[in-house]
Structure formats: structure tokens, C-alpha cells
Design a protein around this ligand. Structure first.
Ligand SMILES: *[C@@H]1O[C@H](CO)[C@@H](O)[C@H](O)[C@H]1NC(C)=O
Length: 288
């Protein structure tokens, strides 16, 4: 059974939202919007690139796929230059230029309203209040300003991430192999260059291993991860709606401990995998 959200149903939902939701606080950017836009740009680039197919393999050239796509590399590098210039050179009123910190009580409370530096400045300028109001830094750094982790500037780097997927050494150099220091620290909320290089490298390596084990050798069918994979929108929406309620999560007793947080995350994930498995058994797949 395949369930599609028919157009009239969507229009009905939109009409209800018009009545119920205050548009002035609606968040325009988001995870799915980010993914959609990223792949839109990359597919456009791929479509108009002069090399659409890899020609028969020339033996002994391990970097052939890199060399072959040189126009795309140049385009991606230009994009990255834009990100670097804007992030590090754009003057932001009342904030240090090139600020990449969390604001609030971070940096000894010197720049409480500078969360996200240039990225946040651009989002507020373009989107006003229509951004994310509960950034992860809010609790720990006691910030008051909104900041959107899927904002406009970071989109550039998610495009770069979608393209490179293999430059792990870059992340090591940029972060000087530290957790939160270096030339450009690893920062998920900013989608910093070291973060996307690190994620790209890990995903690429993982994809290589999984491809070998699952597709080439057939040693493993991908269980249990194929179950949420076949119903990803369902699991994503389900988690967004119910993730903060029992039994998916509970009020933590040891607020400062990482192990309870880790346990809760693993428990919630396991539960959703189990639910996805039940839906898989019933052949119920939700698609838009
Ligand atoms: C930061 O913003 C808040 C209101 O959002 C304001 O009350 C406060 O004075 C600002 N702090 C600085 C240092 O600009």
C-alpha cells in the first residue's frame, strides 16, 4: 500500500495553517529545504557540466574523477571563496568581524547578541523573524537572539559538502585535530568548512565500506537500517512530532551526564527503527 498525500489534502492543510499559524514567526529555512536546495544546485551543475559520463577507464589514474570534473571543482571553489569572504570579512554591527562563536555567555559574555556572526546577520537581514528561535546554543550559552542552523550562508557549504565528500585531511588541518579550536573550528550550526569536510570524509568512507559489504559482496542486506530508510519521511515527521514525549524521551535525571543523553538518543532511535520495521512488514510506505 502506497499512501500519497493528494493535492486537495495538502490544500486543506495549508488552509488550516493560514488560519491557525501566525506567519510572522514561521521558520522559512529548514533541514528538508536545505537538502532540497543543495541537491537542486548540484543537479543543475551536473546537468550543465561538459562531462556528463565518465569515459572508459584509463588505467593507472586514481584521481581521474577529480581531474575530469575540473570545471565543477572551480565552481565549487568559487562558492567556497564566497563563504570564506562573507564569514570572515563581512562587518556585522556591534560584533567582531569574522566571529564564529555562540554569543550569550560564551567568550566571557563579551558578545551576547553575536551568535553565528555573519551567518545570523544575513538571515536576519533577509528573513527577519522567520528563522529558528531555539538554536542549540540557547540553553548552554543563554543567548536571546534567534539563530538558524539551516540559514542562507551555510547553504553554500552544504553544497560544497554534497560535492566533495572525500577531503578528510582538510578537516584535520582546519581544526588542527582539536574538538573546538583551530583555524576554522568544527561547527555544525554554522556548517563551517571544517565541519563539512569532516562529514564529507566520514560519509564517503562509510559509503565506500557499505557499498563493498552490501552491494559488491552481498554479506549484509543493510538491516535494520533499511527499514527507516524506506520510510524516511514518516520517521522524520514522527520524530519531530513525538520525539520530546515518552516513551521516546523523558526528563533526564542526570542533566550534566553524557551517558544518559546518549542512552536516550539510542533508545529513541531503536524505537523508531522498530516502528519502521512494523510498517515495513505491513508494506506501508509514506511518500510525498
Ligand atoms: C542584546 O539584545 C537584548 C534584546 O534582545 C538587549 O536587551 C541587550 O541589551 C543586547 N545586548 C547588547 C550587548 O547589545
Amino acid at each position: 500500500m502506497k499512501v500519497s498525500l493528494c493535492p486537495s489534502f495538502l490544500i486543506c492543510i495549508c488552509a488550516c495553517m493560514c488560519v491557525l499559524v501566525s506567519w510572522s514567526w514561521l521558520r522559512i529555512p529548514g533541514v528538508l529545504q536545505r537538502l532540497g536546495f543543495t541537491y537542486f544546485v548540484l543537479s543543475l551543475m551536473q546537468t550543465f557540466s561538459p562531462y556528463r559520463e565518465i569515459p572508459p577507464k584509463e588505467v593507472g589514474c586514481p584521481v581521474q574523477d577529480v581531474v575530469l570534473y575540473w570545471p565543477e571543482w572551480i565552481f565549487i571553489m568559487l562558492l567556497e571563496v564566497v563563504w570564506l569572504c562573507v564569514s570572515f570579512l563581512l562587518p556585522v554591527p556591534n560584533c567582531p568581524t569574522g566571529y564564529l562563536g555562540a554569543g550569550g555567555i560564551g567568550d566571557n559574555g563579551l558578545y551576547p547578541n553575536c551568535t553565528g556572526g555573519a551567518a545570523a546577520y544575513i538571515d536576519r537581514w533577509l528573513l527577519g523573524d522567520n528563522i529558528y528561535w531555539h538554536p542549540t546554543c540557547k540553553a548552554m550559552y543563554r543567548t536571546t537572539e534567534p539563530f538558524d542552523p539551516e540559514g542562507v550562508l551555510g547553504t553554500i557549504n552544504s553544497i560544497v559538502l554534497g560535492f566533495i565528500g572525500m577531503q578528510g585531511i582538510l578537516a584535520a588541518i582546519l581544526s588542527k585535530c582539536t574538538r573546538d579550536e583551530g583555524f576554522i573550528p568544527v561547527n555544525k550550526n554554522l556548517w563551517s568548512l571544517s565541519y563539512v569536510a569532516c562529514m564529507g570524509c566520514m560519509s564517503f568512507a562509510l559509503l565506500g565500506v557499505i557499498y563493498f559489504v552490501v552491494d559488491i559482496k552481498g554479506w549484509w542486506g543493510g538491516q535494520p537500517f533499511i527499514y527507516p530508510g524506506t520510510n524516511s519521511i514518516f520517521v522524520y515527521v514522527g520524530h519531530s512530532l513525538l520525539g520530546f514525549y515518552f516513551p521516546f524521551s523523558w526528563e533526564m535525571r542526570f542533566q550534566d551526564s553524557h551517558w544518559e543523553q546518549l542512552f536516550q538518543s539510542l533508545w529513541g532511535t531503536a524505537l523508531w527503527i522498530f516502528i519502521a520495521y512494523l510498517f515495513y512488514r505491513k508494506h506501508f510506505f509514506l511518500k510525498i
